[in-house]
Design a protein around this ligand. Structure first.
Ligand code: ADP
Ligand code: MG
Length: 336
C-alpha cells in the first residue's frame, strides 16, 4: 500500500524551479489559484452564469483539503478547470507549480481527478481499465502499478470482474485507483461520497486518509459538513462562486466558541435585568430568555448567579453548541 500510494514527485518536476535541488524545489502550494473567474456564456437553453467570481486559493502541499459548499456553489467548475475540462474565463491556476496554460502537460501529469459523475465502461474489468488509463498517460508497462493500486483501494479480488458487476462504492474506489495510475502528487475528488452508503463512505475515507498519509495532497469537494470536518485538515467554504472562509479545520471549529443558553423562567419576566442585557441576553417570550455566549469568555455560573440576583427563578434550562453547520449557514446565508 505505502509503496504505491506514495506519489512520485520526481516524475513531475515542479514548475517553480528556483535552481535548488529536487527536494527544495517542491512547491509550497500543491495548488495555487489566483483571480479565477468563470462565466458560462448564455446558450439557447440557459442564461449566462458567473460560476466563479475571482477565487484566490492556495492548497498546501501534503494537506487533506476540503472545498465545502452547497450545490451550485461552483465546486465542480473549479475542479473541472483544474482538470482541463472547463475553460476558465480569467485568472491563473498552477498545479504543482505548473501553470495550466503554459505548462499544460506537466500540470496534467501532476494531478489525478475523480469526477463527480461516475463513468466506468461496464464491459471492462478493473485491471483492464487501469491498464488503459495508464496507457493514456503514457506510463510504460514496466512502471505500471495496476495490482498495487487495486490492492490499495480494496479491489484486488475484483481485478478480473466485469465493472458492471461492481457495487456503487466499488466503482467509486475504482475511479480513485484510475486517477492514481500516473502516481500524481495531487489527488482531487469531486463529491466522493455523494450517493455512497455509510459503510462504504467510511472505507473510502480510510483509503483517502492512507493516500494522504503516504504523501499525496488531497483536495475533495463536498457539501457534507461532516465529511469535511471528519476528514480534512483545512477547509475552504465556497458559496455563489466566492470563497467565504478558508482556515484550518481546528480554527474553523474554534470559531464555534459559541453556545446558546435558553431559559424558561418560573414567572413572566417583564424586562431583562441590566446585568444580563450587558451579556447579550434577550427576551423571546414572556417567560423565555435566550443568551448566545462564548464559553471561553462567559461563565455559565455567573449567568445563573445574575439571574438569581435579579430574582428570576428557573423552570427549565438548556444549552446548545454551535456546530459547523451553523457557521456554514451563517457564512453562506448572504446573497442567496
Ligand atoms: P457545484 O459543483 O458546487 O454544485 P457547479 O460548479 O456545478 O457547482 O455549478 C456552479 C454554477 O454554474 C451553477 O449555478 C450551475 O448551474 C452553473 N453551471 C455549471 N455548469 C454549467 C454549464 N455547463 N453551463 C452553464 N451553467 C453551468
Ligand atoms: Mg459539483
Amino acid at each position: 500500500m505505502n509503496q504505491i500510494a506514495s506519489p512520485n514527485p520526481a516524475a513531475v518536476r515542479a514548475g517553480a524551479s528556483d535552481g535548488l535541488g529536487p527536494a527544495e524545489s517542491l512547491p509550497e502550494a500543491a495548488v495555487s489559484i489566483r483571480g479565477l473567474r468563470k462565466l458560462y456564456k448564455a446558450t439557447g437553453k440557459g442564461e449566462s452564469k458567473l460560476a466563479l467570481t475571482g477565487i484566490d486559493l492556495d492548497i498546501p502541499r501534503g494537506s487533506l483539503f476540503g472545498l465545502l459548499g452547497p450545490n451550485g456553489a461552483g465546486k465542480s467548475t473549479l475542479i473541472n478547470i483544474m482538470a482541463g475540462l472547463v475553460n476558465k474565463t480569467d485568472g491563473t491556476v498552477r498545479l504543482w507549480g505548473n501553470d495550466i496554460d503554459t505548462a499544460t502537460r506537466m500540470a496534467r501529469a501532476s494531478i489525478g481527478i475523480v469526477p463527480q459523475e461516475l463513468n466506468i465502461d461496464p464491459f471492462f474489468t478493473p485491471q483492464e481499465l487501469l491498464d488503459l488509463q495508464a496507457g493514456l498517460y503514457g506510463v510504460p508497462k514496466a512502471e505500471r502499478i495496476t495490482a498495487e493500486l487495486l490492492q490499495a483501494v480494496g479491489l484486488a479480488d475484483k481485478a478480473k470482474a466485469y465493472a458492471r458487476t461492481l457495487s456503487g462504492g466499488m466503482r467509486r474506489r475504482l475511479m480513485v485507483a484510475k486517477a492514481m495510475v500516473h502516481r500524481p502528487p495531487i489527488l482531487v475528488l469531486d463529491e466522493p461520497t455523494a450517493g455512497v452508503d455509510v459503510e462504504l463512505r467510511q472505507s473510502l475515507w480510510a483509503h483517502v486518509r492512507e493516500l494522504n498519509a503516504a504523501g499525496t495532497t488531497v483536495l475533495l469537494t463536498t457539501h457534507y459538513l461532516e465529511e469535511a470536518e471528519e476528514l480534512c485538515d483545512r477547509i475552504a467554504i465556497i458559496n455563489h462562486g466566492a470563497l467565504v472562509a478558508h482556515d484550518t479545520t481546528d480554527n474553523l471549529l474554534s470559531r464555534l466558541d459559541n453556545k446558546t443558553l435558553t431559559i424558561r423562567a418560573e414567572a413572566p419576566v417583564a424586562t431583562v435585568p441590566e446585568a444580563l442585557v450587558r451579556l447579550g441576553m434577550e427576551r423571546l417570550g414572556e417567560d423565555l430568555l435566550v443568551l448566545r455566549y462564548a464559553p471561553s469568555q462567559v461563565k455559565l455560573s455567573d449567568v445563573l448567579a445574575a439571574l438569581g440576583d435579579a430574582g428570576i427563578g428557573i423552570a427549565d434550562l438548556s444549552t446548545e453548541e454551535t456546530d459547523l453547520e451553523d457557521i456554514f449557514l451563517q457564512l453562506t446565508r448572504g446573497g442567496a
